[in-house]
Write a protein that binds this ligand. Sequence first.
Ligand code: NAD
Length: 263
Amino acid sequence: MSTTEQEFTGVRALVTGGASGIGLATARLLADRGATVVCLDRDLTGADGAAARGVAGDDRLWGVHGDVADDASVRAAVEAAARVGGGLDVLVNNAGIGAQGTVADNDDAEWARVLDVNVVGIARVTRAALGHLRASGRAAIVNTSSIAATAGLPQRVLYSATKGAVQAMTLAMAADHVREGIRVNCVNPGTVDTPWVGRLLDAAADPAAERAALEARQPTGRLVSTDEVARAIAHLASPHAGATTGTALAVDGGMQGLRLRPA
Ligand code: NAD
């Protein structure tokens, strides 16, 4: 391979939560580097529905409606996605939702709802895609976990539990499928400048102060960009990471690695 630019030529990718934020940036990057990409999302016309339109006038970026919390919907969407390119080589399990509060704040129904999307959703989509990934011979799964898996973030008990589970299941899935030619890794982003975070800031009493607090929490002093997370996901999905499986890659402005924040 002479260049990293077209390393995904001929690769068929499925990105869940691909119509916004990290998922959309990842889908665009993979398509720009040669992949045929299908974005599975429950809201293709949401904050940024560009995933349904196509990249640079070509037909490498597609959208398929699907809800990762609904097994029939997932199976139909995965089969539709596999028909686009005649199979699947890369699966990015990125769809996720947030939850705020201490352990006293979330009731059983809320626990069930968020676990169902963030954790069981990954199992559902992967189960539906597994036959295609096994047939690929060069398959990679990248799950989107979070710094919340390891950082002990305040007011994020339920969300943290789901992202810890994503990291744990990433390692177990890597062990189960390594001899089938399927690598499994996850990314652990810090706070990323996405429509989701934009909505959280809009809801804050003082959005500018809240944004400054989020920026200060990261040693780099700024939010992570969607492009930075997309590039990390693309690396883990690419042949360059052929010896990497069962890892969590932090893309968090130093939150996990640097315990001491700069003054
Ligand atoms: P986003 O809200 O901008 O995009 C998420 C996308 O997922 C949306 O298009 C939404 O419609 C889709 N989605 C949600 N539930 C779905 C479902 N049940 N079925 C299908 N699609 C569904 O969010 P984002 O910030 O880009 O987050 C993407 C992932 O990154 C999530 O898993 C999130 O937990 C994780 N993450 C985000 C941050 C951050 O700071 N933004 C940090 C760490 C991890």
